[in-house]
Design a protein around this ligand. Structure first.
Ligand code: NAG
Ligand code: NAG
Ligand code: NAG
Ligand code: NAG
Ligand code: CA
Ligand code: CA
Length: 630
């Protein structure tokens, strides 16, 4: 029997012992031309140099993705003769052989195939047989859950909002688009298979159903209602697109970039339940072309309103910190953590200050109370789990918000998330992280961000929403003098800032804050970092990672992000604390700290009517009004 791709993948990880930054080269090449060329010219350059042209990168006329089938799919050396062959072509400016790296699905668990259960419920609930198992949609206390701890979707549906004309792309291992619960909501035009370069992102068959991940995520967003099959999606009248980009021996920057930049006018929301390895020692994020794709998506996607990128915060448990995952920690993604059906965090949840909000993954006691959703080959499952399961629920809720108001920008969606997520009964199973009020009265938790999404509240507020004022980026200050982190004490550093007052980039009301740091350490995993705002909100921007024994790389201009100071006023003194949490003496140096403030000059919610005086909107608005009187 030939080796399957997955076996190849495992073999290859074993042989090369890959962890994070690897020295591995793929047979993909980024070719930059000296001038704009069309597809035909690119093809003829490819064929005279022995390559295959896979098409433009991000729709560019200058940059193309070439593959050379004479080069092994993965090797540890650069293929200099092939690069040279391209470079001597008069039309070619540069050719860069793409490194291969690892991206893993979050929350893959071996599954058990189940048969359809027919168990029709009366009332106005959906009649789909798995609806009673979908406690994350309607928690009645089934399976030991806590009643009313759910996404409150029925309150959104009752407002006539079900996701119509909104498309969510599932960037994953494929989607079973012939599944009877998905096929009518499948948007073929917006779909693509970047793993095998064709328009049909159908999952590759394996005996163990390894490639069921994307299909399960798709059903959470857009499984059809009242058709007697499986359950129902959060936004059951919305569309899903399949973008197949996992399930290959290695990932390249070009595949990620083309996936995240695919049809940004047809796709509203991109959902990703994968990322760098959650081994608690990796520090990795989007590479150059992928970063450009994301920036283009938020600036130009959806006719300039910006695409919504939803990210699973990570399954590394308490040993990992999602601020070391550059996708989850990005300002341009909405990173989602998970809670289980009684309000605790899941044991595999990571935590970090860039998480914006949470949804749900599995049940507490019974392994069969995972997320009920569609499965491969027309089947249904009740065991989908991981933060993988949480991100598509959020994508579904955002699809509802976008139907309620299709004029929302990518930032409006983040503001709505902050203002309508609820503490409900979420709590840290280990009692480490408490709910804390920030300087303008917004409650947050290091594990759950601003709380669990509330679809009913989000749709109601979306309907009356007014676009937030323009966003500015203020470089508030830098410390470039090398500072030693003592072994037994804290290093405390300060930046006092006017937040660019009087300049064109003045920020008076915060959205995201980044501490961009270059640090080295004799043991990176023992380093802890805290950032405290002028209003006294303390964010843990890096927690101890006991498995990370890096002694060499540290962090280089790494943007540690916090959402906890949302709505606060940034003027004053910001404090960075760096220390080692270790039995052994450690040393390290902070070589550079730049504080980046992102937000608005104008107060953001002035035109919104306050309907509920106890709402977060009322609390923040009042705080901002008091501030304006000062
Ligand atoms: C549906 O969405 C597309 C873009 O995503 C938009 O151009 C079109 O006007 C929308 N149609 C309706 C009926 O809202
Ligand atoms: C990508 O690389 C180009 C050329 O090397 C550089 O100009 C650009 O700033 C980089 N972009 C990002 C987002 O890193
Ligand atoms: C959409 O938002 C813009 C501001 O970004 C506003 O000028 C416009 O009136 C809004 N359109 C609708 C239909 O609400
Ligand atoms: C960190 O950088 C400092 C200053 O450049 C250097 O002296 C030290 O050896 C480095 N430490 C480690 C652990 O790399
Ligand atoms: Ca159904
Ligand atoms: Ca992680």
């Amino acid at each position: 029997m030939p080796l399957s791709l997955r076996h190849f993948f495992l073999l290859f990880v074993t042989i090369f012992g890959l962890s994070s930054g690897s020295d591995l080269f793929s047979n993909s090449f980024l070719v930059r031309f000296r001038r704009d060329v069309d597809g035909d010219e690119a093809h003829s350059v490819a064929s005279r140099t022995g390559f295959v042209n896979m098409g433009p990168v991000l729709g560019s006329k200058r940059e193309y993705h070439f593959v050379n089938h004479a080069v092994p799919a993965a090797r540890t050396k650069r293929s200099i003769p092939h690069v040279r062959k391209l470079k001597v072509d008069p039309l070619v400016h540069t050719a860069i052989q793409q490194p291969g790296f690892i991206r893993v699905k979050r929350g893959y668990k071996p599954l058990k195939v189940e048969n359809l259960v027919r168990n029709i419920q009366p009332h106005s609930d959906p009649t789909d047989p798995y609806f009673p198992f979908q406690w994350y949609l309607k928690n009645t206390g089934q399976n030991g859950g806590k009643a009313k701890l759910d996404l409150n979707v029925e309150a959104a549906w009752a407002q006539g909002v079900t996701g119509k004309n909104i498309t969510t792309a599932i960037m994953d291992d494929g989607v079973d688009y012939m599944h009877p619960d998905l096929k009518y909501n499948y948007n073929a035009k917006a779909s693509y298979d970047f793993s095998s370069n064709d328009p049909f992102p159908y999952p590759r068959y394996t005996d163990d159903w390894f490639n069921s991940h994307g299909t399960r995520c798709a059903g959470e967003v857009a499984a059809a209602r009242d058709n007697g099959i499986c359950g129902v999606g959060v936004a059951y009248d919305s569309k899903i697109a399949g973008i197949r980009m996992l399930d290959q021996p290695y990932m390249t920057d070009l595949i990620e970039a083309n996936s995240m930049g695919h049809e940004p006018g047809l796709i509203d929301i991109y959902s990703a339940s994968w990322g760098p390895t959650d081994d608690g020692k990796t520090v990795d994020g989007p590479r150059n072309a992928t970063m450009r794709a994301i920036v283009r998506g938020v600036n130009e996607g959806r006719n300039g309103l910006g695409n919504i990128y939803v990210w699973a915060s990570g399954d590394g448990g308490e040993d990992d910190d999602c601020n070391c995952d550059g996708y989850a920690a990005s300002m341009w993604t909405i990173s989602i953590n998970s809670a289980i059906n009684d309000g605790q965090n899941a044991h595999y949840d990571e935590s970090c200050s860039s998480t914006l909000a949470s949804t749900f993954s599995n049940g507490a006691k019974d392994p069969n109370t995972g997320v009920a959703t569609t499965d491969l080959y027309g089947k249904c499952t009740t065991t989908h789990s991981g933060t993988s399961a949480a991100a598509p629920e959020a994508a579904g809720v955002f699809a509802l918000a976008l139907e309620a108001n299709n004029n929302l920008t990518w930032r409006d969606v983040q503001h709505l998330t902050v203002l309508t997520s609820k503490r409900n009964s979420l709590f840290d199973a280990k009692g480490r992280f408490h709910w804390t009020m920030n300087g303008v009265g917004l409650e947050f938790n290091h594990l759950f961000g601003f709380g669990v999404l509330d679809a009913g509240a989000m749709v109601a507020l979306a309907k009356q929403w007014k676009t937030v004022p323009p966003r500015f980026h203020c470089e508030a200050g830098s410390v470039t003098q090398v500072q030693k982190i003592p072994s037994a004490k804290k290093l405390v550093m300060q930046i006092t800032t006017t937040a660019c007052q009087g300049q064109s980039t003045e920020v008076r009301y915060l959205e995201h804050v980044q501490a961009v740091l270059t640090v080295n350490a004799s043991r990176r995993g023992d380093l802890e970092l805290f950032l405290t705002s002028p209003m006294g909100t303390r964010s843990m921007i890096l927690s101890r990672r006991q498995n990370d024994d890096d002694t060499r790389d540290g962090f280089t201009k790494w943007p540690f992000m916090t959402t906890h100071t949302w709505g606060e006023y940034p003027q004053g003194t910001w404090v960075l604390e760096a220390s080692f949490n270790s039995q052994m003496p450690q040393t390290g140096f902070v070589k550079e700290w730049t504080l980046m403030l992102h937000g608005t000059k104008e107060p953001p919610y002035t035109e919104l009517a306050v309907l509920d005086p106890h709402s977060k909107l009322a609390i923040v608005k009042k705080a901002h009004e008091n501030r304006m009187k000062m």
